[in-house]
Design a protein around this ligand. Structure first.
Ligand SMILES: [Zn+2]
Length: 178
């Protein structure tokens, strides 16, 4: 294995069986990262491009970004590690200039970094109107080419997967019909 966290699944049949593939929405291609595990929580990471790290780590830590194209993002909510390479923690929550929504329990919990939806805003809308317009509204913006997730979202990808999870949880909690 080379130092890259994200091997090309086509290049290795062994790696292919461990590859994590996630499709957040129809507008963004699946992101693969595997079989690299977070050095702390041991969960498989998700691929992010260097542009995401450059945009989101604090300016004084930017010089620590290694010279390579792809990195891994740790998506475990309870793990403090944000970006890593195999066997090597690179950046933790405190090293970023934004809060990593999926790793936070207290407001503000940012979910859509391009169009400003946080968990509270989604909850409030559902409680007041019985429905959530976030997914529809974000989808419209994405379709229009207005999103810039790779530079705004620490996951380096579209937020719709996270948003729909929060909407579903809240609707279930309130006992509302979907
Ligand atoms: Zn982790």
């Amino acid at each position: 294995m080379s130092g890259d966290c994200c091997s090309n699944p086509k290049s290795s049949s062994d790696a292919a069986s461990n590859v994590v593939e996630e499709t957040c929405c129809e507008f963004h291609p699946p992101q693969r990262c595997g079989p690299a595990q977070c050095p702390e929580c041991r969960e498989l990471g998700k691929a992010v491009q260097k542009i995401t790290l450059e945009a989101l780590v604090k300016p004084d830590t930017r010089a620590r970004i290694p010279h390579q194209k792809e990195f891994c993002f740790c998506k475990t909510p309870t793990c403090d590690v944000v970006y890593f390479l195999p066997g090597r923690v690179l950046f933790r929550k405190d090293d970023l200039s934004v809060r990593v929504g999926i790793k936070e329990n207290e407001d503000p919990i940012p979910l859509c970094y391009c169009f400003g939806w946080d968990r509270r805003k989604i909850w409030n809308e559902i409680r007041q109107t019985g429905r959530a317009t976030a997914i529809e509204s974000i989808t419209k913006e994405v379709k229009a080419g207005n999103c810039f997730c790779e530079r705004s979202n620490p996951q380096g990808s579209c937020c719709l997967g996270n948003i729909s999870k929060v909407v579903k949880e809240e609707i279930k909690l309130l006992g509302l019909e979907t």
